[in-house]
Design a protein around this ligand. Structure first.
Ligand code: ZN
Ligand code: ZN
Length: 276
């Protein structure tokens, strides 16, 4: 199995650390095939400053420079891909198209962090309280946004697909009532979903997506990639082996890795997992 990581950050998002050469050195040490850089994308200039955990539009040259340094350090020993982790918001579509073109992205990760402006589900102010008046309503709004994001047809990988569980609040009963429309949208779009191993180190102490959802993704043959969401060189590709073991378990050891074109960029090959 080839080791890849498509979801990693840079210090331009203001809450990550490390130099490109350090990330590359770690990737080589781990024997990785691909190191994909996908920092938090800027919001449209008229919305800036949106929050304090993303690059600004003015950082675009610095981001290109960061990736160029990574490429120079890697030489031909490692594939370096240019990505972005874009926030999904209603009405953001033309900006996302602009970002893909502007940065020459090999792929885009689409993530829902915000239910509404200023209300990011992973903000620690929600550690002990819901965003709306109930966990059920938070989940409804969150999954509606994920479904709309997939249906936009703009993204190649869905980031931390069930982030809404981060503080451990999960509605009772069968959760498929929330996510079945998203699964249907994934089947139609060819978009891949990441196992985001950073979830093991968050309050929820569980990878994104949860096992029940991951099993459904595998059953529907949705491509799965393994990503660390690293914010430092030490966390690059963290948990990759455990994620492989989990996939082996869920597929009854019928796991295989396959090369697939990114849903919206046929020139980009993603190393994805599925069952035989
Ligand atoms: Zn994210
Ligand atoms: Zn991230």
């Amino acid at each position: 199995m080839q080791r890849t990581d498509y979801h990693t950050h840079t210090p331009l998002c203001l809450h990550a650390e490390g130099e490109p050469e350090q990330f590359v050195a770690r990737a080589l040490e781990l024997g990785m095939l691909t190191y994909g850089i996908a920092d938090h994308a800027p919001m449209p200039p008229e919305m800036e400053p949106y929050d304090n955990w993303r690059m600004r539009c003015a950082d675009a040259p610095a981001y290109r420079e960061w990736i160029a340094r990574a490429r120079a350090a890697a030489d031909s020993r490692l594939h370096i891909l240019t990505g972005l982790e874009c926030d999904w918001l209603p009405g953001i579509e033309s900006w996302v198209r602009h970002l893909r073109h502007e940065f020459g992205c090999d792929y885009l990760i689409g993530s829902v962090h915000y239910l509404r402006r200023g209300e990011s589900v992973d903000d620690s102010v929600y550690a002990n309280r819901t965003i709306t008046d109930s966990t059920e309503r938070d989940w409804q709004l969150y999954w509606q946004a994920v479904t709309d994001m997939i249906n936009s047809g703009l993204f190649d990988i869905v980031g931390h697909i069930d982030l809404v569980k981060i503080w451990g609040r999960v509605p009772q009963g069968d959760l498929s009532r929330y996510y079945t429309p998203a699964l249907d949208a994934l089947e139609r779009s060819g978009t891949a979903v990441e196992i985001n191993t950073a979830g093991w180190h968050k309050h929820c102490a569980e990878q994104y997506p949860a096992c029940g959802l991951l099993r459904e993704l595998l059953d529907r043959r949705i491509p799965i990639v393994i990503n660390s969401d690293a914010h430092s060189p030490a966390h690059l590709s963290r948990g990759w082996r455990q994620a492989i073991d989990l996939l082996q378990e869920l597929t009854g050891h019928a796991l295989q890795q396959r090369e697939i074109p990114a849903a919206h960029n046929p020139h980009t090959i993603l190393h994805a997992y599925g069952s035989l």
